[in-house]
Ligand binder design. Sequence first.
Ligand code: ATP
Ligand code: MG
Length: 419
Amino acid sequence: MKITAPKGTRDILPSDMYKWHAAQKAFADVCHTYGYEEIRIPTFEDTNLFQRGVGDTTDVVQKEMYTFEDKGGRSITLRPEGTAGVVRSYIENGMMSLPGPVRMFYDITAFRYENVQKGRYREFHQFGLESFGSAGPAIDVEIISIVDVFFRKMGMDDVKLHINSIGCPSCRAKYNEALKDHFRPHLDTMCADCRNRFDRNPLRMIDCKVDADKDCVKSAPRLIDYLCDECREHFEGLKKGLDEIGIGYEIDPNIVRGLDYYTRTVFEFVSENVGTQGTICGGGRYDGLVESLGGPSTPGIGFAMGVERFLMEAEARGIEFKNPHYVQIYLAGMSEAASSLIAKTCHDLRLKGIGCEQDLMGRSFRAQMKYAGKSGIPYMAVIGDDEIASGEIRVKCMEDGSETVVKIGDLAGFLSGKQ
Ligand code: ATP
Ligand code: MG
C-alpha cells in the first residue's frame, strides 16, 4: 500500500526551506525591534480552551477542530490558532504582574479540518503576536505597523489593509437587534448555519461564506454606524495613528473576523493572489478574552498571518529570497591518503563554522568533480599527493573559474572572507 501525506498537509521540502527561514527570520527580527519576545505554546490543549477562547458559535469550533480523547480520557484539541493558547499561558504564568504591555510573538503550526483548496490547508503555519494590557489605539497602530514593516522588508509595500470596528458588547447589543430586525424577513432564504446564528450570534451572519452574495447580506446594517462614543473615539484614534505614520487603509464595514472574541478594532491584509478568501493576515482587539478565560480584566490585541498565503503572495510578486550557501567548499580527493587529510580538514573547517563537503559515496575522482560542478557549492579544491606534500591547495571559484593557492591551514581564513 502506498502511503501518502494526509489530505490538507504538505511537506516543505529542503529545496524550499530557505524561503521559510528567510520569512521566519524577518518576522522575528521585526518583532524584536518592537520589543516583542517569542513564546512557544503547546501544539495541543484542553478542548475547553478553544470552546471558550475561540467561541462556540464560530466555524472553527463548530466544524474545523481536530478533537480527540487521549488515553487518559481527556478531550484534547490540536490548536486551530495561537491566541487562545497564548492567553492561557499569560494567565497561567502570572504575566499580568509583568510591566505592560506584555508583548509576545509566535511562529506555529495550526490545524483545521477545512475544505482543502488554494491557500487553505488542514495543517498550516501562522506568524502571530499578542499584546496585553494596553487599551488605547496606539497599540493597535503599533501591531498593524509591524505587519506593514514586515511586508516592506520582504519587498511588498502595497498589500492592502482593511480596517473596521466591531464595537464593544454594549454597542453590539444594540446592533444585534437592528441586524435581527433586518434579517428576520429573509431568514427562510438563508443557510441552516445562519438561521442558527440568528439567535446565538447574528454578527456571524455577515461573515457567512454560503450567503455572502445575497442582497440581504449586502444591504445589512453596518456595525460601524452603531458604535458608542468610546468605541467611535477609539476608531478615530486608530485612523489618526495610521495617518500619522503614513500607513494607508480602507475602511471595510464587512470585516467581522472569524473568531468570537474580538472587540473594537479588526483588520485584515488582503490580496487577490492567495485564493478565494484573500486574507493573508487578520487580527484585532479582544478586550474581553483574558477575563473570559479566568484572568483579570485585561485589554489585548493581536494578529495572525498565514505563512503559506504570505509565501504565495511573495511568489506571485516574483520576490526572490536569499538562498544562503551553507556549504562553501567541496574537497575532492585523489587517493586514500587524500581522504584522510580531507576528513581532518573538513572537521577543522566545521569547527570554525565553515561549511564543506567531501565524498561519502565512494565516487571516482571524475565523478566527484562532476558532483561538485553541479552542486552549486561556490568553491572546490582537489587534494592529491602533491597537495599533501606541499600543504597547499588550489581553491577554484566555481563562478568565474579563477584559482587561488591557499595553505591548507589558512583555508578557513580564506573562505570566511568570502561569505
Ligand atoms: P479565512 O477567512 O481564510 O478562513 P480565518 O478568518 O479563518 O481565514 P484566522 O483565524 O484569522 O483566519 O487566521 C489568520 C490567518 O491564518 C488567515 O488570514 C490566513 O492567512 C491563515 N489561515 C487560516 N486558515 C487557514 C488554512 N486552513 N490554511 C492556510 N492558512 C489559513
Ligand atoms: Mg477560516
